[in-house]
Write a protein that binds this ligand. Structure first.
Ligand code: SF4
Length: 356
């Protein structure tokens, strides 16, 4: 493809209200180095125009690794009896949040497996306490819950919710989540939106059965749902999961998906995920130069951090808490960017009036 045709195609997917699946598939299939450079630098320009040069930090606290699900790609699946399970206490969660606040981070992500023993009132108290003591945004990532639970947490002050779809194809989704319903997942995402959360979703690249066509459909799904945040990471097989013998997802394909998602969605927050930093090398800098604008330092205290093993070889499991913060500052500087210590609320127009 000539460079002007490639640029024309990039402009087309940027401007189309409904980008074509075929155009995205063509772009996802590109392997030529100079063509890839053109795609990545086009995405980087869009990131600069719509999100600026600041890199937002989201401090993660993984407060429970109990899970009732059996997602085929995940090491926390309920059938993994080798894994020692934990649930942090309220005081432990709050002291981790205090540490994170002391590092000047303005978003905490409270994450867990799908753990029904997380009591709605218990988490609500934590949200209220965080809002009373600290000035920060709260993102919840605790899976599928009842509408009333989402509502109670929103009313207590939670700002955002992450619920990844992993693949937007119903059949493919249900083939690797055999006891889950794709329609229910969508209902949860819609309920979160209706309740006024800033909503994040995302996918995994390299899942068995996934094709460039299904990935193109994921990107269109992200655009249609107008998510505030989109997390895109490579598949990394876990020995104690059903996909243990499957191939690791490719870094390059993951970077292409980040770039095309940036071009199509323009101002969604897109992290350079920890999974992208956990492959044969750390590709997070590459992610930040092809569309990503967020990093997620881990503030889960030991001994819990190494037990939150969704996939093996996860970065920074042995680092002291807070060390990621410095490393990310260096990463930003090396790219001529900077860490933005603001809350980093949604950049979507409908949210701007609600942001504090
Ligand atoms: S992906 Fe989430 S819901 Fe699925 S097994 Fe892992 S922790 Fe549980």
């Amino acid at each position: 493809m000539s460079m002007s045709n490639l640029e024309g195609l990039l402009i087309k997917i940027r401007d189309d209200v409904s980008p074509s699946k075929n155009d995205l598939e063509v772009l996802l299939s590109k392997e030529d180095k100079s063509e890839l450079k053109t795609i990545f630098s086009f995405a980087d320009k869009i990131r600069k125009e719509f999100c600026g040069d600041g890199i937002f930090l989201r401090g993660i606290i993984e407060f429970s690794n109990y899970c009732v699900r059996d997602c085929f790609y995940c090491g926390l699946n309920r059938g993994n009896f080798k894994l020692e399970r934990y649930r942090m206490g309220k005081d432990e969660v709050l002291s981790s949040v205090a540490f994170l606040a002391g590092n000047n981070i303005k978003t905490v992500v409270l994450q867990s497996g799908d753990d029904p023993n997380i009591d709605v009132a218990w988490l609500k108290d934590i949200i209220l306490e965080i809002k009373k003591r600290f000035s920060m945004a709260i993102t919840l990532s605790v899976g599928e819950r009842k509408f009333e639970d989402y509502k109670a947490w929103k009313e207590a002050g939670a700002d955002r919710y992450l619920l990844k779809i992993e693949t937007s194809g119903k059949r493919l989704y249900e083939s690797m989540h055999t006891d889950m319903s794709f329609d229910r997942r969508i209902k949860c995402l819609d309920a979160l939106r209706d309740l006024g959360y800033q909503v994040g979703s995302g996918n995994i690249i390299g899942l068995p059965g996934q094709t460039l066509k299904t990935i193109a459909e994921d990107i269109i799904f992200f655009k249609e749902k107008d998510f505030d945040m989109i997390g895109i990471g490579p598949f990394i097989p876990h020995d104690d999961s059903r996909f243990s013998r499957q191939k690791t997802g490719e870094a390059l394909l993951t970077l292409k998906v980040i770039a095309l998602t940036r071009i199509v969605t323009k101002n969604a927050h897109i992290p350079a995920t920890t999974a992208l930093g956990s492959l044969d090398k750390d590709y997070r800098s590459d992610g930040l130069t092809c569309g990503a604008n967020v990093l997620m330092p881990n503030f889960t205290p030991q001994p819990y951090r190494k037990l939150y093993e969704i996939y093996p070889g996860k970065r920074c499991v042995d680092e002291p808490v807070g060390a990621c913060n410095f490393c990310m500052g260096d990463m930003a500087k090396s790219l001529g960017r900077y860490i933005d210590y603001g809350r980093g609320d949604s950049l979507k127009e409908r949210k701007l009036s609600q942001n504090v």
